[in-house]
Ligand binder design. Structure first.
Ligand SMILES: NC(=O)c1ccc[n+]([C@@H]2O[C@H](COP(=O)([O-])OP(=O)(O)OC[C@H]3O[C@@H](n4cnc5c(N)ncnc54)[C@H](O)[C@@H]3O)[C@@H](O)[C@H]2O)c1
Length: 415
């Protein structure tokens, strides 16, 4: 079975299986995991993303959260309160790593902290789930990749949108050739907000708003672009070969050091081009990816809805109905006179929805897959390669923007 088929089947099959205890729309029977078989996990970084991860971990009996760490007292306190299991709190992650009971570590700290935490966790020989992007620089990403290549433990990167069933349906449609030859992908993540967080006390500005400072952050390319770049790589089946880009602090004239307006154009093998754009002054197209093939176009909105527009040239060969070819789990419906079809989710998905919020639901699928992979029941869906490739792509674009030149994927990046 090809990897993508495996992923599609496994995501659909496991979707039907029972999911943990807590949830909004739970319909399946709760999974009971004996305490001794629960995967003992420690989490570093209990901020925004850490809170979502805790909520999802609470819903997955496969995991037992035994340790949690944050350098900010109020975050640590709140994080510990939110964990359903009885976890030990730490303010020093290295002390947490000394906890001999840990089997798995989740890293959800700001970008500049990922490298040393991953390297130390690799030394500790535990399974790792690291938040995106992999690391703050190309060199750090390379070091992680080289070291993790030799680990016998699992490494998952947190690009949860890849596990959204909509994305898997789209991937299958494209891989089965329905769009024909895809020569262009355009991705956007547009917002209309300053991207600043309220700060409880002025001395915490840099810690709370770390995304705004180059010392800690890769800006919009790392925080938002990395998700889309990972999905594009995955559909195209390759990493980019070069990139040009432009960006600036053009709209929000405040203290920030990272661009509020970025646009990067990547070249992939065989002449395929992909763009990523992110602005903070208009959210009209929000979170959108468009795949353009010579037989049709798919427009994905917020990873939730997708529309397929057929080309009307004779070679496109669209029949009245392509449902059968895509397998029973996929429905393409509502073909209208404008050659537009809505792509529906696999029916099995509905049974598995625990969280109404798509972001949390996708995170649940990510962590479920992580647990199943640790238990040897599934292939890991998002690994080191995903994390590494998109991190290099992010930093190539940031370098191209900074240096106003073309950045190539160099042979030394192949590690
Ligand atoms: N996968 C996703 O969709 C998604 C969404 C949001 C954020 N993220 C990623 O998650 C990571 C964290 O982002 P966030 O929004 O939660 O940031 P955040 O600032 O809200 O939280 C980070 C936490 O890490 C803590 N921290 C910092 N240095 C630490 C250290 N040395 N030891 C222990 N704790 C430390 C901070 O005090 C803070 O509480 C980033 O890499 C971000 O890109 C991913």
């Amino acid at each position: 079975m090809e990897r993508r088929d495996f992923l599609l089947k496994s995501s659909i099959l496991t979707l039907g299986a029972g999911i943990g205890l807590m949830g909004c729309n739970q319909t399946a029977a709760p999974v009971v995991v004996p305490d001794g078989e629960r995967i003992r996990v420690g989490i570093i970084g209990l901020g925004d993303r850490g809170s979502t991860l805790i909520k999802v971990l609470n819903a997955l009996p496969q995991f037992k959260v035994i340790a949690a760490c944050d350098i900010l007292d109020f975050r640590l306190k709140k994080g510990l309160e939110n964990i359903n299991d009885k976890a030990v709190g730490y303010s020093d992650y290295q002390k947490m790593l000394e906890n001999k009971d840990l089997e798995t570590v989740i890293i959800s700290t700001p970008l500049h902290e990922h490298h040393r935490m991953v390297m130390d966790a690799l030394d500790r020989d535990v399974h790792i789930l690291c938040e995106k992007a992999l690391a703050h620089t190309i060199e750090q990403s390379r070091e992680i990749k080289i070291k993790a290549n030799n680990s016998s433990k699992l490494f998952q990167i947190s690009y949860q949108y890849q596990l959204n069933p909509t994305f898997n349906v789209i991937k299958e449609i494209i891989h089965k050739g329905y769009l024909g030859k895809v020569m262009r992908v355009d991705a956007k993540w547009h917002r209309n907000s300053n991207w600043l967080r309220p700060v409880p006390s002025p001395e915490l500005e840099r810690q709370i708003n770390w995304r705004m400072y180059k010392e800690y952050s890769g800006g919009l390319m790392a925080e938002l672009g990395s998700h889309h770049l990972n999905m594009i790589d995955n559909v195209i089946g390759a990493h980019p070969v070069k990139v040009v880009g432009t960006g600036g602090i053009d709209y929000w004239k405040d203290h920030r050091e990272v661009c509020d307006n970025v646009f990067a154009i990547y070249d992939y093998p065989d002449g395929v081009k992909a763009s990523f754009s992110s602005i903070l002054s208009n959210k009209f197209e929000d979170q959108t990816i468009k795949f353009y093939g010579d037989k049709g176009t798919i427009v994905v909105n917020r990873m939730k809805d997708a529309i397929l527009y057929t080309e009307d040239n004779e070679n496109a060969g669209w029949g009245e109905d392509i449902d059968g070819v895509s397998g029973a789990s996929i429905k393409i419906i509502n073909r209208d006179k404008d050659n537009r079809r809505t792509i529906d989710l696999p029916k099995e998905y509905a049974k598995s929805v625990v969280f109404e919020n798509d972001y949390e639901q996708a995170t649940l699928l990510l962590l479920k897959n992580f647990a199943a992979a640790i238990n040897g029941e599934e292939e890991l869906s998002l690994g080191l390669k995903d994390g590494y490739q998109s991190a290099i792509s992010v930093h190539m674009a940031n370098k191209a923007i900074r240096e106003e030149n073309i950045q190539h994927w160099l042979p030394e990046y192949d590690v």
